[in-house]
Design a protein around this ligand. Structure first.
Ligand code: PLP
Length: 456
């Protein structure tokens, strides 16, 4: 084994880490952590620390760490056939079985699944599918995509443009043209304090309608949204939101893309967030929970009305010119098959409902009365603690985003991983779906101790 000091030095000198302050990391000011193992909801680092992972990696290790059922399926697939492509009708037992398992679980009205590698590339695929669809329908002007401020859809060129967080645009020349953003369905951040939830929903729908009118409905192709806003704040939608949005989209012939990279395969306590909220999507983005991150794999689930037009397109123009070398990679597919079986066998979707509700209850009891806690919210196995410098005015700290990282660091010292959400004063929790009630209580207790340490 390579000595820790040596690895730490190589890390600083060679590794370009994503979403990291590069200069601080170079100078040795930003922390590094070398992970060596994991079991259930815990990870273990090279210094022997055992940490309760309250964020499941990046909301992705849904089945928990160290699952032999998945690692053995990966090893078997690697041994038998590590790779073959899926172009021109090629497949493997794993990729074909996984497509059947995904479609058996998908909401009504979906027709096929295309496999990619991660959530960002799946959203790139989705936008190409939308553009192709409208070109085949003879509507070449209908191309713009509506996304939401605070939405997160990845960090590619198109997916990063769809993302509605300034951090992912600034100095990257994003967003690209053809992307327009509408208001975030974030009730805590409503424009007027005395707005009821229903009033806020009505306001959001009016804003959406006004945006469509301004841009011209004939130019708008699709709307993309996460059933529960994720990286932008772990915010469940206000009452009636999805109903209202879909009514507007239907009236203007606008496709609905449900980005279920976080919510797909159980995180909300339902197989899909679309079922959870009565969304009838034309496209669904899946990744993370599809393999519980044991291997990279994503997907675009295509609805029947789009599938019919894509088929018509290839009759008119020939082979569908879109594919990745690693689409439906056999190792990812084998991981996906084993993972989806395990989710069923262990009842993890039900566990997300019961233990997730327990986590929010425990968190509310532990920190809900703290003077700097604005609200505790979430759905299924998702929880957020909104911090504020003043509960009455819901004001941010100065500067915004300065306090949550300190609380997260205090939690880490106590062996619990939480996430300081970007561009916000907010703690995020998205533990593995196998979390126990005792672990949920521990997360809540450590959050309370750490808040006290940082804010008194
Ligand atoms: N969509 C959503 C809703 C996400 O949360 C993420 C990642 O967090 C992505 C897309 C991008 O996925 P990836 O990081 O795998 O490219």
């Amino acid at each position: 084994m390579i000595a820790n000091d040596q690895l730490a030095q190589w890390d600083r000198e060679n590794f370009f880490h994503p979403s990291t302050h590069l200069a601080q990391f170079d100078r040795g000011e930003a922390p590094q952590r070398i992970i060596t193992g994991g079991e259930g909801s815990h990870i273990i680092d090279r210094d022997g620390n055992r940490l309760l992972d309250g964020f499941a990696g990046l909301y992705c290790v849904n089945a928990g760490y160290g699952r032999k059922e998945i690692t053995e399926a990966i090893a078997k697939q690697a041994d038998e056939l590590a790779y073959f492509h899926s172009y021109a009708g090629h497949g493997t037992e794993a990729s074909i079985t996984l497509s059947k398992m995904v479609m058996d679980r998908a909401p009504e009205g979906m027709a096929r699944v295309y496999f990619g590698l991660g959530g960002s590339d799946a959203n790139e695929t989705n936008i190409k599918l939308v553009w192709y669809y409208n070109n085949i329908r003879g509507l070449p002007e209908k191309k713009k995509i509506i996304s939401r401020w605070r939405g997160y859809h990845g960090s590619g060129l198109m997916s990063g443009s769809l993302t509605g967080l300034e951090l992912f645009h600034k100095k990257f020349d994003l967003p690209l043209s053809n992307i327009v953003h509408t208001e975030a369905p974030f009730y805590y951040r409503r424009p007027e304090a005395d707005m009821s939830e229903a009033d806020f929903t009505a306001y959001l729908i009016r804003e959406l309608e006004a945006l469509i009118e301004r841009e011209g409905p004939e130019t708008i192709a699709a709307f993309i949204g996460e059933p529960v806003l994720g990286t932008g704040g772990i915010v469940p939608p206000p009452e009636g939101y999805w109903e209202g949005v879909q009514e507007v989209l239907a009236r203007h012939d606008i496709l609905m893309i449900a980005d279920e990279v976080i919510t797909g395969f159980g995180r909300l306590g339902s197989m899909f967030g679309s079922d959870h909220y009565g969304i009838k999507p034309d496209l669904i983005t899946i990744a993370k929970g599809l393999t519980s991150a044991y291997a990279p794999l994503s997907g675009s689930i295509v609805g029947q009305r789009m599938w019919d037009v894509l088929c018509q397109g290839t009759d008119e123009h020939g082979v569908f010119g879109h594919g990745w070398t690693y689409s439906a990679h056999p190792i990812g597919a084998a991981a996906g098959v084993a993972n989806l079986k395990l989710i069923d066998e262990l009842g993890l979707v039900e566990n997300a409902t019961t233990v997730g509700a327990h986590l929010r209850r425990a968190m509310t009891e532990a920190v809900g009365d703290h003077v700097n806690v604005g609200e505790v919210r979430g759905e299924g196995m998702l929880c957020a603690v909104e911090l504020t410098s003043d509960r009455a005015t819901r004001a941010s700290f100065d500067p915004m985003g300065s306090v949550a990282p300190k609380v997260v660091a205090a939690m880490l010292k106590r062996g619990v991983i939480a996430r300081a959400m970007p561009q916000a004063d907010m703690l995020g929790f998205a533990p593995p779906l196998c979390l126990t009630t005792e672990e949920a209580d521990h997360i809540a207790a450590v959050t309370a101790e750490s808040l006290k340490e940082v804010l008194g």
